[in-house]
Design a protein around this ligand. Structure first.
Ligand SMILES: C[S@@+](CC[C@H](N)C(=O)[O-])C[C@H]1O[C@@H](n2cnc3c(N)ncnc32)[C@H](O)[C@@H]1O
Length: 336
């Protein structure tokens, strides 16, 4: 299998895969290739991979023409029993940091598309170059170039839901992009009049994002709100300590957001645990910074059966988002 991730996080991806029983055999900037794990034929929910190519076939060639011809043949041979009735993803990607590789891949992609148009015009017309939205396992044509002469071709891929988000000039921080991306991983976003407790809110990117959807937000932070979050009638700013903030008696927030630059165990023990165990919210988006702790150990702790996320959460997903740096994002719902 081929697993892709943010280019600077490939060692963590390889570590996560080893911990889940996949033996890495090769890695490069933004990708790891492993053997299948016979003990776990279904790929589990993982944190670092953005895309997993299932059963990839290695293709080598010296020229754009040769590579395109082999990829086309691989597709045609494996597409015989497929029914193409709706749009299907046709994605070409490449390892990061190899100068000029992107241009070459574009050339191969164009030629494969021309080949398909000649051989299967109707099917070619249905090809789209966009990633499926959300967490999904989808058949298509996936080509990943590890260098100029070698690519892996797969007909099925799993997507972790990460994607690059569009910025908003009113958004007061880059964090805005993370919450927008987190909604996609969770498969849900705040709705009109839903309530949000945003703990560690300033300068207000997450509050602003929820306010755009018509939600009502309590933004807890001693720092000032800025940009589109400042003087926003949907946002009530409380200059309080996020660890001490509690809902009113009987109140349940639809959402709890937490984005504190604090030691992650402290955040989990003293903030997340009371919120989830007491069901003070229905859904959550939490960022845990791993700059000062071992990220893989933290990941294992959060996934363990005794963790508060396992005990009190459902549909919990832990992701290294496209917009995350040294941090994980956890999304999920609180068990009824
Ligand atoms: C990474 S920023 C949050 C960015 C925010 N999510 C956004 O979209 O703009 C972290 C914030 O947590 C706040 N913070 C840290 N400890 C806090 C605490 N104990 N109570 C309230 N806010 C806290 C900081 O003041 C800072 O504004």
């Amino acid at each position: 299998m081929i697993f892709t991730c943010q280019p600077g996080f490939v060692d963590l991806l390889a570590g996560e895969l080893r911990a889940r029983g996949y033996a890495p055999v090769e890695q490069g900037p933004g990708w790891v290739r492993t053997e299948a794990n016979p003990a776990a034929p279904e790929v589990p929910d993982l944190c670092f991979p953005q895309m997993v190519l299932l059963d990839p076939v290695e293709i080598t060639g010296d020229s754009v023409n040769a590579l395109a011809a082999k990829i086309t043949e691989q597709f045609l041979t494996t597409a015989k029993s497929d029914r193409f009735e709706a749009e299907w993803p046709c994605l070409f990607e490449e390892a990061a940091e190899l100068d000029g590789l992107g241009r070459r891949v574009k050339g191969v992609e164009k030629m494969v598309y021309e080949n398909l148009k000649k051989r299967m015009a109707r099917v070619a017309k249905l090809a789209v170059v966009t990633k499926p939205r959300g967490v999904a396992r989808v058949r298509g044509l996936y080509v990943f170039f590890v260098d100029f002469k070698r690519a892996y071709v797969s007909r099925e891929a799993i997507f972790g839901g990460q994607r690059r988000m569009a910025d908003d000039e009113q958004a007061p921080s880059r964090s805005y992009l993370k919450i927008e991306e987190a909604y996609i991983v969770l498969g849900r976003e705040p709705q009109f009049e839903e309530t949000v407790a945003d703990l560690g809110a300033a300068p207000g990117g997450w509050s602003y994002s929820a306010s755009k959807r018509g939600a009502k937000i309590v933004a807890v932070d001693n720092g000032p709100l800025k940009g589109g979050a400042y003087n926003n009638y949907k946002i009530e700013h409380r200059m309080e300590d996020a660890f001490a903030f509690r809902p009113a008696p009987g109140q349940v927030f639809d959402w709890m957001f937490c984005d504190l630059v604090e030691e992650p165990h402290h955040v989990v023990e003293n903030l997340i645990t009371p919120w989830l165990a007491n069901k003070w919210c229905r859904r959550f988006v939490v960022i845990l910074k791993f700059g000062r702790v071992d990220p893989l150990a933290l990941l294992a702790e959060m996934r363990a059966p005794e963790s508060v996320f396992s005990r009190c959460g459902v549909n919990v997903r832990i992701r290294h988002l496209y917009h995350d740096r040294e941090e994980f994002t956890l999304v999920g719902e609180v068990k009824e």
